[in-house]
Design a protein. Sequence first.
Length: 141
Amino acid sequence: MIIEHAHSPRNFRELAGATRTVDVVNPLCGDHLTLYLDLAADGAVSDIAFEGDGCAISRASASLMTTAVKGLPQSDALALFTRVHSMLTTETVDEKALVDVGKLAALSGVWEYPGRVKCATLAWQALRNALETGDRPNDKE
Ligand code: ZN
């Protein structure tokens, strides 16, 4: 499934007029991506998209992340970031935690490959940055 998402990533496009735009890079691998986030008045993620270039893991992770986060309230999106981030960086022993994250569990083996962890967490780091930028205006415009 990772391969499938890497080949045809979901939400891979520019989001014109996005509320937040965040650029992140992973110098270890050369992955870079731009995350576009459209937030509703109540803070919910009304739309999300990304562009960029990188390895299969970074693309698949970004694709899965945008699919999972779209439509979530901001607090749920941040909670999901926390869960997935710990799944990606430590061994998940709790089977239920894997069920909770649904398809994202496909990324759960990444923690065993320290060189790839940053590839998988890149999109999630961008998500957190975008959600926590506060009221800073979109500086891309
Ligand atoms: Zn990578």
